[in-house]
Design a protein around this ligand. Structure first.
Ligand code: MLT
Length: 401
């Protein structure tokens, strides 16, 4: 049984209740990672043009290809992979309406007794979708997690880097740059996970929705930069934070053909084919208009424009990091990711969430909502407007609204 509500729903509910009681409060939203900058001009232009295409019989589009238009998949292959020395085939790319949906849906391919391992703190979707499908067992208060889920704690003491699981795990979810801690994983460390998966036959689910926020050239953007990863890792990417598509919806998942799985009869099957079967059964694709807009973000000019927006958010991250440090807080992340992980002085993250809301009218996300190892932290996002980011830090440094 799922405990409580979905984290961001609960944060929104508390913020709405506070706003209703304090109608004059100017709330600054640094909770859910939702973008505030508009779509870039190259994307807007492509969207308009695509709308016009839909108005004429000769250029009208009905159902699109199940796994995405080639014009978008080719752009993805070129800019996200070939440019980093990674070769993939077009039929290994599946365009979708969101990385959240894909990371939530992929567990449908696994048997009900598959053992899942997650980092703790963790993006709640990985855990909650496995709970919904009956794979987790009950919540164990003493363990601070579900009975049948293996947790890989990421705390300040281990640099927020997960250790390999000691117990058997069939499926491991990894997210780098990490949501919520904002930390990254080096190639050497990622290689340990790839080697582990190849030796044990486990599958890695690698969520790299925030890869465009990496500034350190030594950090891997894709798990396929690690040798052998194509045999054991699925990668999830999103246009949401990269190109401001949280409301427009476009993402993609890479399932290499080299990953094999065993079906219930013991036959060896390609995971890619299972995913293709699921997608074509349950999904009718992302709209032509949206995919045209997404492809424009991969053009030379479009890419320059989206990277400028990313750089702008990362300037917010710097302002938050330094502002919080000046106010005496210990912070992590915010260098290769749009999330700042603040250590709560008294150690109670929901209490601190309430204090921030009532004392400063700022909405964060309590670390405990991401798992028991997140207790004692609070996450802030760099996606607010520049003006609000500066105002929020002024409030915190001043000690009042
Ligand atoms: C977050 O705040 O963690 C993300 O915005 C959630 C999401 O991408 O679904």
């Amino acid at each position: 049984m799922l405990r409580g509500g979905y984290l961001f729903y609960e944060v929104g509910r508390r913020a709405a209740a506070f706003a209703a009681e304090h109608p004059d409060a100017e709330l600054i939203r640094m909770g859910i990672g939702d973008v505030t900058r508009p779509l870039v001009p190259a994307v807007i232009e492509a969207l308009h043009k695509a709308v016009d295409d839909m108005s004429r019989a000769e250029t009208f589009h009905g159902y699109g290809p199940d796994f995405g238009y080639d014009f978008l998949r080719e752009a993805i292959l070129r800019r996200d992979y070939a440019a980093r020395g990674v070769s993939l085939d077009l039929d290994e790319i599946f365009v979708s309406d969101g990385a959240k949906c894909d990371v939530g849906n992929i567990q449908e391919l696994f048997s009900s007794d598959a053992v899942v391992a997650v980092m703790d703190p963790v993006y709640p979707v990985y855990v909650d979708t496995n709970v919904m499908s009956g794979r987790s067992g009950r919540f164990d208060e003493q363990k601070g997690g579900y009975e049948r889920i293996v947790y890989m704690p990421c705390r300040a003491e281990n640099g927020f880097v997960p250790e390999l699981p000691k117990e058997r795990a069939d499926v491991l979810y990894l997210c780098f740059p990490n949501n919520p801690t904002g930390m990254t994983l080096s190639k050497e460390h990622l290689k340990r996970f790839v080697d582990y998966a190849r030796q044990s036959g486990a599958l890695l689910l690698y969520d790299s929705a925030y890869e465009s926020y990496i500034s350190d050239p030594a950090m891997p953007h894709s798990i396929y930069e690690i040798e052998g990863a194509k045999e054991c890792a699925v990668e999830f990417r999103s246009m949401s934070k990269t190109a401001g598509f949280t409301g427009t919806r476009c993402a993609y998942t890479v399932v290499p053909k080299a990953i094999s799985a065993r079906d219930t009869l013991g036959n060896t099957v390609r995971l890619r084919d299972l995913w293709a079967r699921r997608v074509s059964t349950k999904f009718n694709g992302v709209s032509y208009i949206t995919q045209r807009g997404a492809a424009a973000a991969y053009s030379k000019i479009g890419n320059e424009q989206v990277l400028a927006v990313v750089a702008d958010y990362m300037e917010n991250a710097r302002i938050i990091r330094e502002g919080l440090q000046q106010a005496g807080y210990t912070v992590y992340g915010g260098v290769n990711a749009p999330y700042i992980w603040l250590k709560v002085p008294h150690g109670d993250s929901w209490k601190f969430f309430d204090e921030l809301l009532s004392g400063y009218h700022i909405i964060g996300t309590p670390g405990a909502g991401f798992g028991s190892a997140g207790e004692g932290y609070l996450r802030m996002t760099a996606f607010a407007t520049r003006e609000n980011t500066i105002r929020a830090m002024e409030r915190i440094k001043r000690g009042s609204v």
